[in-house]
Write a protein that binds this ligand. Structure first.
Ligand code: IVH
Length: 749
């Protein structure tokens, strides 16, 4: 980005961040997730680092969020309530350490024999609301929100409803030097000493709502038809701002303490804390709830170990958290390091990497899949999401671009949870400059220039199964991660390259073919090389490859040639179900291929059924044509049509013939042993309570029976679960025997 573009972007970012801030901190009604807000802030920070001339002290990012609301009394904080600087990677933590070590050298602790060593203290960073509690002579007198850091709101009455905020502190065995002296209503401490309380004490901490309380409240809201709360932080914030403390009480809030401040000049006696870790201990003794997951660390490596350890338990932690606060433990060093701007230099907030981030879409490319389907791919400025740098994401299909309203140049939200493929989930329309470009569906294939056709697409078209499948777990998932059943799900429109010889299509097909045949030695790069060298032109040539063809190629040699040939030889025998899958018939994925294979047993039987006249194939129960395929459960009209089309195409039949000629042996479908269900056909309808439909099907198959999709006179039994569909009525009409779930279970034995 050039200078003037950067300036414009900075302005856009500022105004959007300010808007989100207002929504988040003042109205407590964020319309965008915290991750998005932070991602935009991070970009702004990075741009300002590159172009410091655009820094503006009055800009919103230089203020601590949140104006006090008018409804509550305003309170001036005795010391400013600060923010923390964030670190989003271990590298940033090391940079932070480098900076502080430089400032601490020579070490102010030299005289104490501690040299340049810096010890850290790690604690959980809670995602709630910072509040300040004032205790005078051990009694809670006032509590306030952070507000803008200088002035907050007096929410004492609401805070008093929180059980984990002590109204009277436990005594500390400290000397009255603290300026406090004995307090009559102060309980005697356990050691028999008369309790003493400091005259003034400020405790800072976070007001929170436990995750399970939110779940409970939302269940109630649902019952009462009220809108649901978005997250614990919002409800906690909203509750604290209720003018009626009774309402706040009903919200069951919690408080965790993390800091302790003493009145400006008052000494705390000989037991004044010297370390941040000691403050935590003291807070506990005073009667506050302090998180027990914390760690004193000798160095940054230990702090990182703590960060990793907490990351594991974080999803099940009872409260919302967004990171770890790392502090220089020694308070003397903290003082030396001081505060810069609105954040202390002696603390850093390590933020766990977000599952959402924002970035700018630089371009939308188009890939050609093995069925010829065009798949748009968003290419963007690399951004960190869920621990990895992401620079592209599939948009699945053209519809998706429409749905998102995505244009090239847009600022978008990327989501990536765990090891899930990143996806574009939202366009931030407010970030537009007017220069964004609409994406046009190409009229010609980007690889071969072939004409593009609009067709109905099955969900399978979104995937090219390049990785070998891991059995049932390898089944496809739709863009939302839902398991899909090819041929059975809803269909959308997609664009295809119509050229049967399209090299991109062929390349994808080859990759698919070898992965289903499990010829792992032939990865995409080798396949491309063999194609370029003229060793193979289509998948059938793989089986005629010879060692002598491969060994002379540069970077191959005898050994790898041997390995490749041996692997191909080994994989020549293939199960019918896999063979059908490998053919790449439109809408026939792994599971549909298995259904077809189990049903027909041999390729010949399938062929003879599929090659019946192609008339009426989209009409169910048309009486004759392809009726057998049509009757298989889970096979819909689109699959039926594509299977029929496929086997009516001479090229495909030649392809199969050539494969067989070249040594491919198709093994009969997984042999179903003859059992008590041999010769019987079942139709399942409704929901079974004891087992899923899939399992019921497997049990029937295992006993030699067949499961079919529609009821006919020839059906032996209809198994009717709860809420059966129209199949039950048809069965009654045709006089087919109906089994209840109980009957069926008895039959299974
Ligand atoms: S230390 C200098 N410790 O994070 C002010 N803050 O981003 C930092 N927070 O305003 C205080 N848990 O609301 C500290 N264990 C913790 C925290 C914590 C949550 C919040 C606090 C603060 C914000 C700064």
């Amino acid at each position: 980005m050039n200078r003037s573009k950067t300036e414009k972007r900075i302005k856009k970012l500022r105004s959007e961040i300010a808007r989100l801030r207002g929504a988040y901190h003042v109205e407590n009604a964020p319309d965008v997730s915290n991750d998005v807000y932070e991602s935009l802030s991070r970009e702004l920070k990075a741009l300002l680092q590159e172009y410091p001339e655009f820094n503006d002290l009055n800009a919103p990012e230089n203020r601590v969020a949140g104006k006090p609301l008018d409804k509550f009394e305003k309170v001036k904080h005795q010391t400013r309530m600060l923010s923390l600087n964030d670190a989003f990677s271990y590298e940033e933590l090391y940079d932070w350490e480098k900076r502080i070590k430089k400032l601490l050298s020579p070490s102010p602790l030299q005289r104490e024999g501690q040299g340049g060593k810096v010890n850290y203290f790690c604690e959980v960073k809670f995602d709630g609301l910072a509040v300040s509690l004032i205790y005078e002579k051990g009694v809670f007198v006032r509590g306030a929100t952070r507000g803008d850091g200088f002035i907050g709101e007096d929410i004492t009455e609401n805070l008093k409803t929180i059980n984990s905020i002590p109204l009277v502190l436990n005594s500390l065995p400290i000397s009255p030097l603290s300026g406090g002296g004995e307090v009559s209503n102060f309980p005697p401490d356990k050691g028999g000493l008369r309790g003493v309380a400091p005259a003034y004490l400020e405790v800072r901490g976070e007001v929170l709502m436990a995750k399970k309380v939110l779940i409970f409240l939302n269940k109630q809201n649902e019952k009462e038809g009220k809108p649901l709360f978005a997250n614990t932080r919002n409800v906690a914030a909203g509750s604290l701002r209720q003018l009626d403390p009774q309402l706040a009480k009903e919200r069951n809030l919690d408080f965790v303490a993390y800091d302790l401040n003493l009145g400006a000049k008052l000494p705390f006696g000989s037991l004044a804390p010297k370390f941040h870790s000691e403050k935590h201990q003291m807070l506990r003794e005073l009667g506050f709830k302090v998180e027990k997951l914390e760690a004193k660390c000798e160095n940054l490596e230990e702090a990182i170990t703590f960060i990793k350890k907490f990351e594991k338990v974080r999803p099940n932690f009872p409260y919302g958290t967004d990171g770890i606060v790392i502090s220089v433990d020694n308070l003397k060093l903290q003082e030396v390091l001081g505060v810069v701007g609105k954040a202390p230099r002696f603390m850093a907030a390590f933020k766990y990497s977000a599952e959402k981030a924002t970035t700018i879409v630089k371009d939308i490319l188009v890939n050609v899949g093995r069925t010829g389907v065009l798949t748009p791919l968003a290419v963007f400025e690399p951004t960190m999401v869920a621990g990895s740098l992401v620079s592209k994401a599939t948009l699945h299909n053209m519809d998706q671009i429409e749905r998102l309203g995505l244009k090239i140049g847009d600022t978008v939200v990327i989501e990536k949870a765990g090891d899930v493929i990143p996806k574009v989930v939202e366009v931030l329309v407010r970030m537009r400059t007017g220069k964004e470009k609409k994406f046009k569906i190409p009229g010609h294939c980007p690889t071969c220039g072939g004409k593009i056709e609009k067709r109905e697409a099955g969900p399978l078209a979104n995937f090219s199964p390049l990785r070998p499948s891991s059995g049932a777990l390898g089944s496809k998932r739709d863009p939302r991660g839902q398991k899909i059943r090819e041929g059975a799900a809803s269909f959308s429109v997609a664009y295809y390259c119509s050229n049967p010889k399209c090299p991109a299509k062929n390349e994808r097909y080859l990759e698919h073919f070898v992965s289903v045949f499990e010829i792992y030695e032939l990865g995409p790069k080798i396949l491309r090389r063999f194609k370029d060298e003229g060793l193979i032109s289509d998948a059938t040539d793989i089986f005629t490859l010879k060692k002598e063809d491969i060994a002379p190629l540069e970077r191959f040699g005898e050994k790898s040639a041997d390995n490749i040939i041996a692997e191909i030889e080994n994989k020549k025998k293939i199960l019918l179900s896999k063979f059908l899958w490998a053919l790449g018939i439109l809408h026939v994925g792994e599971e549909t291929a298995r259904d077809l294979a189990i049903h027909f047993g041999t390729l010949e039987k399938l062929l003879s059924s599929a090659r019946q006249p192609a008339r009426n194939v989209t009409q169910r129960d048309s009486g004759g044509d392809l009726a057998e395929i049509d009757s298989i459960e889970n096979i819909g009209p689109a699959v039926l049509k594509s299977v029929s089309d496929f086997f009516h195409d001479k090229n495909n039949l030649n392809f199969i013939k050539k494969l067989k000629k070249n040594g491919v042996v198709i093994e009969k479908a997984e042999k179903i042993k003859a059992g008590k269900f041999t010769g019987l056909s079942f139709v399942l309808t409704g929901t079974l309570s004891q087992m899923s439909r899939e399992i019921a099907k497997e049990r029937i198959l295992a006993l030699g029976g067949k499961v079919v999709g529609s009821v006919s006179k020839n059906t032996s039994y209809v198994v009717a679960g709860a809420e059966p569909g129209s199949k039950l009525k048809t069965a009654e009409k045709l006089g087919v025997k109906i089994l209840s779930e109980e009957d069926f279970l008895k039959m299974l034995g």
